[in-house]
Design a protein around this ligand. Structure first.
Ligand SMILES: [Zn+2]
Length: 360
């Protein structure tokens, strides 16, 4: 099991530089490859100016997608340039490519996320896309180091924070799946990993429903950052993504597969969180209030999928990762069962809506 050896959550540019300095001092990399894309290059120009100074012996490689071609390009560059250390600077796609290429080339990887949009920032899993509809989760290694600069991530669009929050809340439901069905899953159950994943979700759930993301405090942002890092660590400890991915992620993957909408990962997971809560009969009221007050989707209509179409996604979800037993397989819903479930959620949302209206 490998977990990050350095985790720095920094608040100022010079703290961030110092964090890199510490990693470099102890690792003494000979040649550093920075994998990034145009947007982070402009966003954190000061960091590139620092990293590309001769002292760190770094070069940069631009990738724009997280497909097999980008992966091949990165692997080749590492190999041909004899790089022994890789830094990924960017959103999830960039980090996935850099993480997986480093794993293939057996070199150390430092993750510097510019968005807090999901738990891939510190997880041992990389999603590599193949074509428009299909993406594949590949097992890699956790980053060797993670540096999160709070000023950088808070400057990102609110939607990215919302996405990260929903992905972290998913741990609560995934850990319930893991715990309740530990006997029915073939893979070993890790109490430690499940406990870490669940505790990490409590950093944001349900307290964050009371905060304004536009004025998010440094402390709250730190909680989100730590939560996502711990979520990644829980997957490394378990040796799979189970502590942080259950029925709610199957729903998210089904939506991705059937509709391939341009929405953040956390938004589809958010819909899955609600489904999972209602199937488990746990935190039903809390999750609707949480999503509703933060502006996260509750039902598929919130991201533009009609109810009739979404029914198919719920039915399809249990066919994903069949070896991971969740509440979806347990309930083995029929079409009518899904429609009744969605009606129940709709009803609960109406209630929350009218309560919010009254207290406005
Ligand atoms: Zn996720």
């Amino acid at each position: 099991m490998k977990i990050p050896q350095y985790i720095y959550i920094t608040e100022k540019k010079n703290e961030t530089k110092k964090a890199f300095e510490r990693v470099f001092q102890s690792e003494q990399p000979k040649r550093v490859l920075i994998v990034t894309s145009i947007s982070p290059l402009m966003k954190v120009k000061w960091l590139f100016d620092y990293l590309l100074s001769n002292r760190t012996k770094a070069e940069k490689l631009l990738v724009e997608k997280s497909d097999k071609k980008a992966l091949e390009k990165t692997v080749n560059r590492i190999e041909n340039g004899s790089f022994d250390f890789c830094i990924g600077i960017g959103g999830g796609k960039i980090l996935d490519i850099a993480k997986y290429a480093s794993f293939v080339e057996k070199i150390r990887f430092l993750s510097f996320p510019t968005l807090l949009s999901h738990d891939g920032i510190a997880s041992p899993v990389a999603v590599i896309r193949d074509g428009k509809h299909w993406s594949e989760s590949r097992r890699a290694e956790s980053p060797y180091a993670v540096i999160i600069d709070l000023k950088t991530v808070v400057g990102a669009p609110t939607a990215s924070l919302l996405s990260g929050i929903a992905d972290l809340v998913a741990n609560l439901f995934a850990s319930i799946d893991a715990e309740v069905f530990k006997e029915k899953n073939k893979k070993a159950y890790s109490e430690l990993a499940t406990g870490i994943a669940r505790s990490a979700s409590l950093f944001v759930f349900p307290r964050f429903s009371k905060i304004s993301l536009k004025k998010i405090s440094k402390n709250d942002l730190k909680h989100l950052a730590w939560g996502l890092v711990l979520s990644g660590i829980s997957m490394s400890i378990a040796g799979n993504s189970r502590p942080a991915s259950g029925a709610e992620h199957k729903i998210s993957h089904a939506i991705d597969y059937l509709f391939s909408l341009p929405v953040s990962h956390g938004f589809t997971v958010s819909i899955g969180n609600v489904i999972s809560a209602f199937l488990h009969q746990r935190y039903k009221k809390e999750i609707i209030e949480f999503n509703y007050s933060l502006g996260l989707p509750v039902l598929s209509e919130d991201i533009g999928i009609k109810k009739e179409e979404f029914v198919n996604a719920v039915l399809y979800a249990s066919k994903i990762k069949p070896d991971r037993y969740t509440i979806l397989e347990e309930k083995n819903l029929t079409k009518t069962g899904v429609i009744n479930l969605l009606d129940e959620i709709e009803e609960a949302r109406r209630e929350v809506e009218s309560r919010f209206e009254r207290t406005k």
